[in-house]
Write a protein that binds this ligand. Structure first.
Ligand code: SAM
Length: 278
């Protein structure tokens, strides 16, 4: 019988955040797959464990992944850990999970620390609907293009960022979303120098112009404020609602009413969606 792959989240700073269940799975798994075995050894030492480990990181995943899969298929159990946080969330693991899923090998995720949820929950921004954007592209042109694709996004947006790229990213956020947009800069979460700045993007640009960004960051940006469906919003909205009652899909109803009334299609669509979700 095939073994199982366990996804084991590890602390993003505070070692006390390892859960009892995560520790039990680490102890009982036949072997660990670790992003950096030197980092994982520190956690194992903290837990008083010694385990056989296989390296699994972005530079070897093409060969290490199939090798781990073969061991799972032969009946071993494996606990996948990364340097910090939840495996497969902006770190190695995604491909291994897909490999196991395709091969019919069981995968079990243990809940635990993740910088995304810690930052979102502490941000003070709306959390009901959000989009996780992970790391933005390194290349300036691609980064701008990615952000421009989010210019109309109304949901809260969460980004991971490295300290040496923070200033450039804040400049781009200001250029695309405007300096007035609310932003939570979440730094060194769960660590000694944890800091959450709730300000505007413009204020964040100024803050980090005067101060070198240090540590690990998650940026949580407010979405674009919902706009009314003007011009001719009321008429267009009424028409779109009529088209919905006639059985047209949401997108088509918004597009047709927008064209008939010269209204903004996207704003109309968003307003229609908002009303239907109420
Ligand atoms: N899988 C991890 C998770 O569950 O959050 C994320 C791994 S990703 C390679 C590393 C990024 O997560 C960092 O660049 C930073 O943006 C964010 N991060 C990790 N730990 C953090 C912390 N303690 N405080 C703020 N951001 C953190």
């Amino acid at each position: 019988m095939a073994g199982k792959l366990y996804l084991v989240p590890t602390p993003i700073g505070n070692l006390g955040d390892i859960s009892r269940r995560a520790a039990e799975v680490l102890e009982s798994a036949d072997f660990l797959a670790a992003e950096d075995t030197r980092v994982t050894v520190k956690l194992l030492n903290h837990l008083g464990l010694k385990k056989p480990m296989a390296a699994y990181h972005r530079h070897n995943c093409e060969t290490a992944g199939p090798a781990i899969l073969r061991r799972l298929e032969a009946g071993e159990s494996c606990a996948l850990v990364t340097d910090a946080g939840t495996p497969a969330i902006s770190d190695p693991g995604e491909d291994l999970v897909a490999l196991c899923a395709a091969a019919g090998v069981a995968v079990e995720a243990i809940p635990g620390p993740c910088a995304l949820t810690v930052a979102l929950s502490v941000s003070g921004l709306p959390t009901g609907r959000f989009t996780f954007e992970g790391f933005l592209p390194l290349n300036k042109k691609n980064r701008r293009a990615r952000l421009e694709g989010l210019a109309e996004e109304e949901r809260t947006m969460v980004f991971y960022e490295a300290p040496h790229k923070l200033r450039a990213t804040l400049d781009d956020l200001a250029a695309v979303f405007g300096p007035e947009r609310p932003l939570a800069v979440c730094r060194e979460l769960t660590k000694l120098h944890e800091e959450v700045l709730r300000l505007t993007i413009g204020e964040a640009v100024e803050h980090y112009a005067a101060q070198e960004p240090r540590g690990e960051f998650v940026l949580v940006a407010g979405g674009r404020p919902a706009q009314a469906a003007a011009p001719d919003g009321d008429g267009a909205l009424a028409r779109a609602e009529q088209l919905r009652r006639d059985g047209l899909p949401l997108k088509a109803a918004a597009a047709q009413a927008a064209e008939e009334f010269g209204a903004k299609r996207r704003a109309l669509y968003n307003e229609l969606l908002r009303r239907e979700e109420e």
